[in-house]
Design a protein around this ligand. Structure first.
Ligand SMILES: [Zn+2]
Length: 271
């Protein structure tokens, strides 16, 4: 069974400094990205995998070459806002879209992902108006996907701990915290990949056995060097290098982009 691999392309500063990451210069923000992307691309090439790459619009300004390199290799280019601001309301989203006009007209992304997997219900008509056909801005089981104002929301994977006890439902926002509160293991998240390592494969296999693909999320800084050595933070799963675990997943499972996965499964992505 095919699964979807998604890569959120952003600076390591959003990992280390959260919402505060914006105050850093482009030089600091994007100093390692080219190496990280090249490493990620060569891994995918080696294992014959295709992914959906959710790019920040600002990457086009500070590291245009890597963006073009990814597009050239037939990977899917999608959109992750301009500068990773939390989308507390549609005003923020509209500003991020405005700043990313060039990225959107150059790459015509069909897919969208909200930073920190935080999206509100009223963001969907805005996304539809800007040409997006699907979003992957929540955590949840695959069968929870839902068309909202013409945009198909496809959650990054989580597995309910007690599947028969509680019925999962789509709500917005449905970020990592909400999924955990609902009694789910969000094994598709970057943090959980750090926590589970190659054991994430157990969850992918389990979902596949039940007939559902897994939607897995990873960041380029999780597989390659990042400017902070992370010695201080090694205990935090999010900071762990998961290069070996990721390689083992690529070896054991087949991955493609979200768009191709939907096409393979005959699930219509509305225009
Ligand atoms: Zn992100």
């Amino acid at each position: 069974m095919m699964n979807a691999l998604t890569i959120d392309v952003e600076s390591w500063v959003y990992r280390d400094f959260g919402y505060d990451g914006h105050r850093f210069d482009a030089e600091v923000k994007y100093c390692c990205l080219e190496n990280q992307i090249s490493h990620m691309l060569s891994l995918l090439e080696h294992y014959g995998a295709v992914a959906t790459w959710f790019f920040l619009g600002e990457v086009q300004e500070h590291a245009p070459k890597v963006l073009e390199e990814v597009a050239r290799t037939g990977q899917e280019i999608a959109f992750h806002t301009y500068a990773h601001k939390p989308l507390r309301n549609t005003q923020v989203l509209l500003k991020e879209l405005e700043k990313s006009k060039r990225f959107i007209s150059d790459f015509k992304p069909r897919g969208f992902r909200a930073p920190w997997a935080y999206i509100t219900r009223d963001a969907f008509p805005v996304l539809a108006r800007h040409g997006f056909r699907y979003s992957s801005s929540t955590y949840g089981p695959f069968n929870m996907r839902k068309v909202v104002d013409g945009v198909l929301e496809i959650p990054a994977s989580s597995l309910p701990i007690f599947p028969f006890k509680r019925k999962c439902s789509m709500i917005f926002p449905r970020d990592l915290k909400v999924a955990l509160k609902m009694g789910e293991i969000p094994y598709g998240s970057g943090s959980f990949l750090g926590l589970l390592g190659r054991k994430a494969g157990w969850f992918i296999k389990r979902a596949n056995k039940m007939g559902a693909p897994s939607i897995i999320l990873i960041h380029p800084w999780q597989v390659a060097e990042s400017p902070v050595s992370s010695v201080r933070f090694r205990a935090i799963p999010y900071y762990r290098n998961v290069n070996d675990a990721f390689k083992s997943l690529l070896e054991r499972f087949s991955f493609t982009s979200i768009f191709e996965l939907m096409k393979d499964m005959g699930i219509e992505i509305h225009s």
